[in-house]
Design a protein around this ligand. Structure first.
Ligand code: NCD
Length: 317
């Protein structure tokens, strides 16, 4: 694997390989010394052109725990502010001899575009509405960890599907891993057609809740909505929010998931966000071994090409 831009570029075999590798790195995280020398001598730039707390921090920790050198680059404090173009910025970073660029950008397609301007490996940390592949991997990892696997599991993604890169990536990953995925949300927040979506639309959240293995709630993307797509937050909560009454309809073994940051009281009630079935903080914690697996796969000795590739060789676990 040379770059990671989209879940669509990976087969089920690749996904299983990455999840297996992440499990090895999760074992490392449980040790007293949580660091391995796997990427010693490599330089990774975190180029975040859009705000982020968890994604940026966990890429940073993942890179450091692989012993790579990490440079943090923030659009807000860079020469972009002085009018430098994205291309000049990337070529400047490239000229310093970096091995990988982890990029987050508000526009879809940026991680693919910048591949022309650098020899570094590109890892997409979220681009516009398009993709957020490491989120899909850490969510798949969390579900496998809790439920054994995704095979045959019924998963609902509820909320603002249309503006969500998390929804696009997760539907692709979950369905490739054998889950049955349904989408639920206001009509204005659902894709106009399902071309390219390996999922069905369900009109009624309450009708599906009792059958779900995973109820995944998406954030209302206030900053990405061109116009108001919901009558009010209160009405949204009444129809699509995970209220306490709805949480009571879920099976005792079901998982409640959210990528964060949560709008407590809109898509998820504050009490429900702290329900024992909610695995939101597991998702955050799993971001580190999953991103270690991704960085190792694009930069490590022996290119990753699936479970049998011996991707672990050379990792001093
Ligand atoms: C998501 C993102 O930025 O795409 N957050 C995250 O990375 N955990 C989801 C969101 O912002 O709604």
């Amino acid at each position: 694997m040379r770059h990671l831009v989209s879940i669509d570029d990976l087969t089920a075999h690749d996904l299983h390989g990455l999840l297996d590798l992440a499990a090895s790195f999760a074992d490392v995280q449980a040790r007293e010394v949580r660091k391995v020398p796997a990427l010693r001598g490599k330089t990774i730039v975190l180029a975040f052109f859009e705000d982020s707390t968890r994604t940026r921090t966990s890429f940073d920790l993942a890179a450091r725990r692989l012993s790579a050198d990490v440079i943090n680059f923030s659009a807000g404090s860079s020469s972009l502010k002085k009018g430098e173009s994205l291309r000049d910025t990337i070529e400047t970073i490239d000229a310093m001899g970096v091995d990988a660029i982890v990029v987050r950008h508000g526009s879809s397609g940026v991680p693919l575009t910048i591949q022309q301007w650098t020899d570094a490996a590109i890892v997409n940390a979220g681009d516009g509405w398009h993709q957020h592949p490491t989120q899909a991997l850490l969510d798949s990892f969390t579900i496998s960890q809790r439920l054994g696997s995704l095979e045959g599991k019924k998963i609902a993604l509820c909320g603002d599907i249309l503006h969500s890169r998390v929804a696009r990536s997760n539907v692709a990953a979950f369905s490739k891993l054998g889950a049955d995925v349904v989408l639920i949300g206001p009509r204005t927040m659902l894709p106009p057609n399902l071309d390219g979506w390996a999922a069905k639309v369900e009109p009624d959240l309450d009708a599906v809740l009792p059958d779900l293995d995973v109820a995944y709630f998406l954030r209302i993307q206030k900053e990405r909505m061109a116009e108001s797509l919901i009558p009010s937050e209160r009405e949204y909560r009444a129809r699509f929010g995970l209220t306490e009454e709805r949480a009571a309809m879920l099976s005792p073994d079901a998982l409640i998931m959210h990528p964060g940051p949560m709008n407590r009281g809109i898509e998820i009630d504050p009490v429900v966000a702290d329900d024992p079935r909610a695995v939101v903080l597991d998702q955050v914690a799993n971001g580190i071994p999953v991103r270690m697996a991704v960085l190792y796969s694009v930069l490590g000795p022996g290119q990753f090409d699936g479970v049998d590739s011996g991707a672990n060789e050379g990792v001093d676990l």
